[in-house]
Ligand binder design. Structure first.
Ligand code: AMP
Length: 422
């Protein structure tokens, strides 16, 4: 029996890594440009952290968590999302004592026992940011801008930013009442899920995907018309900032986050092809979350975006990513003395940060040259016993199709004009 990667997981092979490196380096450098510091939290946490924050009546907690009892009888869960662990770390390390907001970013793997399909996996990766401790709409604009500039820098085109405000604990209860009042006469026409949602989580009625529920959603009262004065002002200032930044958005009244701790701003970034599996990025303000973790009321906003889906879209749009992984130098060698010099030279080149591969010396020179070609090497350095005895090597520049003999001590200089990998 042959083992395969578990369902819903993927191996990221070297040829895929060019995409991963491109995306991840773009994410870190952009986050750092915005003044965000990297945080890494454990892959597993106490199960309670997610149950209390993500919420009991959610798909993640109900159906998708990888939860197990460890050998010390503790209930632990492989992290299904990144915000709760970051908030836990904020409280644990007394980050409220730092200047606010505390700006953090992460690049992590996550685990959800979901039904695998294109763009949906059981182990996947996210780049996310959290700005904790400041309720200024300028911070909302900053977080949205960061996500938007990320895709802009990567070179993805045709994306849409969807934006909504779902109010706060002052105005949302009234809005929910209006929503329930509106839906009640139609209840028997709604899908099963919506019939349950109407009392459990009425906001979620708006993001139902069932065709039969769409006409009711289209006519439903919208949250932005039920905002209290503070929320309306926040919304107005946020949209003004986005206008000033030249970031176009469309208001999507169906965009909601079903959990109580979300407030005001919610947003998503979507690729040109519509589809429920296709959302690239989701974010929002979570001013009630810290209290659920036992902290003082502390505002926060963040987003998480999927790396796999980002790469899928880079490929779909044919974006060329810089390939920094090519081998600069391959060393062909023949004979015992040639082999010894080759091993030493490879070590010297690598300590000069030149990526170097030793070719298989048991093959003919022709075979080694072919091998070098398939690696995409820029230079081949050839050392046989004769060269070793004379203290020289032949340096062949494959791109320029030229070769010359140089003393062994000058090989590094000969191959490192512009190909050293810093
Ligand atoms: P969420 O944490 O559910 O708000 O998701 C944020 C982003 O993570 C989504 O927009 C996707 O890009 C990505 N994502 C969420 N779930 C998965 C999954 N099961 N597989 C791959 N990517 C995912």
């Amino acid at each position: 029996m042959r083992y395969r990667a578990p369902r819903g997981t993927t191996d990221i092979l070297p040829e895929e890594q060019v995409y991963w490196r491109y995306v991840q380096e773009c994410a870190s450098s952009l986050a750092e440009t915005f003044g965000y510091g990297r945080i890494d939290t454990p892959i597993f946490e106490d199960t309670g952290l997610f149950v209390r924050t993500v919420g009991e009546a959610t798909d993640i907690v109900d159906k998708e968590m990888y939860t197990f009892e460890d050998r010390g009888s503790d209930q632990v869960t492989l992290r299904p999302e990144g915000t709760a662990p970051v908030c836990r770390a904020y409280l644990e390390h007394g980050m409220h004592n730092l200047p606010q907001p505390v700006r953090l970013y992460y690049q992590i793997s996550l685990f959800r026992y979901d039904r695998p399909q294109a763009g949906r996996y059981r182990q996947f990766h996210q780049f996310g940011v959290e700005a904790i401790g400041d309720s200024d709409p300028a911070v909302d604009a900053e977080v949205i801008e960061l996500a938007w500039r990320f895709y802009e820098r990567l070179g993805l085109q045709g994306l849409t930013l969807a934006l909504n405000s779902i109010g706060d604990k002052t105005c949302r209860p009234l809005y929910l009442e209006r929503l329930v009042e509106y839906y009640t006469p139609h209840v028997e026409h709604l899908c099963q899920d919506c019939q349950a949602r109407i009392h459990r989580n009425p906001l979620r009625l708006l993001d139902c995907k069932q065709l039969s529920c769409q006409p009711y959603i289209a006519e439903a009262p919208v949250s932005t018309e039920s905002l209290c004065d503070d929320c309306r002002e926040h919304w107005g200032r946020l949209t003004t900032h986005l206008g000033d930044l030249g970031i176009a958005y469309s208001v999507d009244h169906r965009l909601v986050r079903g959990l109580d701790y979300y407030s005001r701003t919610v947003f998503e970034i979507l690729p040109p092809e519509e589809g429920s599996q296709s959302t690239l990025c989701g974010g929002g303000r979570y001013d009630g979350l810290m209290e659920q973790l036992g902290g003082k009321p502390t505002p926060g906003i963040g987003f998480a975006l999927g790396i796999e889906r980002t790469i899928l879209n880079l490929k779909r749009q044919g974006v060329t990513v810089p390939d920094q992984s090519t081998t600069a130098v391959a060393i062909a060698h023949m004979g015992e003395a040639g082999g010894r010099e080759a091993v030493k030279l490879a070590a010297q080149l690598r300590s000069a940060k030149t990526s170097t591969i030793l070719l298989p010396g048991q093959k003919s020179l022709k075979g080694q040259m072919r091998h070098a070609g398939s690696l995409g090497a820029r230079y081949v350095v050839i050392i046989g016993d004769k060269e070793a005895a004379n203290g020289v090597a032949t340096v062949r520049d494959l791109a320029a199709a030229e070769q010359r003999e140089v003393p062994l001590g000058e090989v590094i200089a000969a191959v490192s004009q512009d190909h050293s990998h810093d």
